[in-house]
Design a protein around this ligand. Structure first.
Ligand code: FES
Length: 502
């Protein structure tokens, strides 16, 4: 145990200073940050990150958002001050709490020392005791005065108290997943946003599939549900994750999807929210499901779309399961293909599109604890984007690397998306490469060009061998890429392939 300082978990510490847990773990391994049973003190944290962005007002804004939602009822509107005043008061209370915590720690240390000194006095000859006691009394007076007015308040302790008001930490057992609930999110929404695939069905309080047991902490019902929990369930602490939020840090016992076999096949009538040209050859299709019938899927999977009664296509989902109502697809212009022609030329906003699925096992091996290497070939970026967004929401300790390999410049059709990720995230690395050959129509010459490019990547970065490889794009080009990694000695269990791009 540390002599002083409040202990916090690595997840919370990473959030406080805005880094991934992996960075803190590295510092612990290197010995530049002390850890006690997987926790660190805010004092040590500030010493390791003296330039932490403490002026960031994100937490204050979150507090404001929570208050805005929570105090919507009239009685609270009358009884409570305005949101900004509340946020300021919470900040002030956070400082007072941090001061009290610091003083408590200092007094505890002081009492320990006092105990040691009294033991020492007890060992001295009687004649020396009076002088020794006087010395201790004088030391105690000074020490108490110093403890009452500490030199400086650790700003991270203040920020941590504020964070505790704005966000609750949720641990899922037995899987060990954890995430934060921000603002008014339900437990289910918080989990999905963080990439934790909790078991659920309707998201709307009807099916009961999200029933879970609260093991510790407080939750609060924030949404009505029609599903009826029995009195026995309630007495044992069962709640619906889609209707409750976390009031304090909580532990819940809940089922998490372990693989594609845990995701049911669904048929949903969605509507076209928008369909916008990305460039003359590519279109972004945004479908929205009904509120009460969302699409449950794992990142990297595909679905069958049916529109205009009979036009169908299998398309990889280009968004992440963290938003199960808004489903995105990348559609390529293919003159003569009836589905593509309809989407580009005749589709209208509001039109119904039937979704059937999900299918496919091109999903993230998130527990592998190895770096992620993604190889998107042309439109293979669609399923890769879904995987990437999911990988990023997991805040992995290992690095995330994307190689987007295009037939031509225009094949890298969303260049700003990975660029923005690379700017925003320390552990995301993006490389764009152009082959100058049509990857959808491989010939011997084109194979050679692709292989040369891939071999160049591998010889410059042999450490790729340590990671998991995800490849998506046109079939022949994807298989060729897979075979290169297998020929280089990588096991088949660490190379994943999808050629279901449209
Ligand atoms: S997901 Fe159906 S009741 Fe919660």
């Amino acid at each position: 145990m540390p002599e002083s300082g409040q202990l916090i978990t690595l997840s919370r510490a990473a959030r406080l200073i805005g880094v991934v847990r992996g960075e803190l773990q590295k510092k612990i391994q290197q010995g530049s940050l002390r850890a006690f049973d997987g926790m660190v003190t805010v004092d040590d944290l500030l010493a390791a990150y003296p330039r932490a962005q403490l002026e960031d007002d994100t937490e204050q804004r979150r507090v404001a958002l929570i208050k805005e939602k929570a105090f919507g009822k009239r009685i609270f509107e009358r009884a409570m001050p305005d949101i900004e005043t509340l946020a300021t008061r919470v900040t002030e209370l956070s400082k007072e709490l941090a001061l009290s915590q610091l003083q408590l720690t200092q007094f505890k240390t002081l009492l320990d020392r006092l105990g040691d000194q009294l033991v020492d006095i007890g060992k001295q000859p009687e004649a020396d005791m009076k002088g020794a006691v006087n010395g201790v009394v004088s030391w105690l007076g000074e020490a108490v005065s110093a403890a009452l007015v500490p030199d400086a308040l650790n700003p991270l302790a203040v920020r941590d108290n504020l964070l505790r008001v704005a966000a609750a930490h949720v641990t899922v057992l037995p899987s060990g997943h954890d995430f934060f609930i921000d603002g008014p999110d339900t437990l289910l929404e918080g989990a999905l946003r963080s990439g934790v695939p909790l078991n659920y069905g309707c998201s709307g309080g009807n099916c009961g599939l999200c029933k879970a047991k609260v093991l510790s902490g407080q939750v609060k019902k924030t949404r009505h549900h029609d599903f009826v929990l029995s009195e026995a369930d309630k007495a044992q602490g069962y709640v619906l994750l889609c209707s409750n939020t976390a009031v304090t840090d909580v532990e819940v016992e809940a089922q998490v999807a372990g693989g594609v076999q845990d995701i049911p096949f669904q048929e949903i009538a969605a509507t076209v929210k928008s369909h916008n040209l990305i460039n003359p050859e590519m279109l972004l299709l945004h479908l929205q499901t009904p509120r009460s019938s969302r699409l449950r899927f794992l990142a990297g999977q595909y679905v069958n779309l049916r529109l205009a009664k009979s036009l169908t296509a299998d398309l990889p989902i280009a968004s992440c399961p963290c938003d199960d109502r808004n489903i995105l697809f990348h559609v390529r212009r293919m003159p003569g293909n009836l589905f593509s022609d309809y989407v580009f030329d005749r589709l209208k906003a509001g039109e119904v599109v039937e979704i059937a699925g999900p299918e496919g096992d091109f999903i993230l091996q998130e527990r592998a604890a190895r770096p992620f290497y993604f190889f998107a070939l042309d439109t293979g970026f669609a399923p890769i984007k879904s995987l990437l967004e999911h990988a990023m929401s997991l805040e992995p300790d290992e690095g995330i690397h994307l190689y987007w390999i295009g037939s031509g410049e225009e094949s890298i059709y969303l260049p700003n998306v990975p660029r923005a990720w690379a700017d925003a995230l320390d552990n995301f690395h993006y490389t764009k490469l152009v082959v100058g050959q049509d990857l959808a129509q491989l010939t011997a010459l084109r194979e050679e060009a692709l292989l040369k490019l891939l071999q160049g990547i591998f010889s410059a970065h042999p450490e790729i061998r340590e990671g998991d490889i995800y490849i998506a794009g046109p079939e022949a080009a994807s298989r060729l890429t897979e075979s290169l990694f297998l020929d280089l000695g990588m096991p088949k269990t660490r190379v994943f392939l999808s050629y279901r791009s449209f």
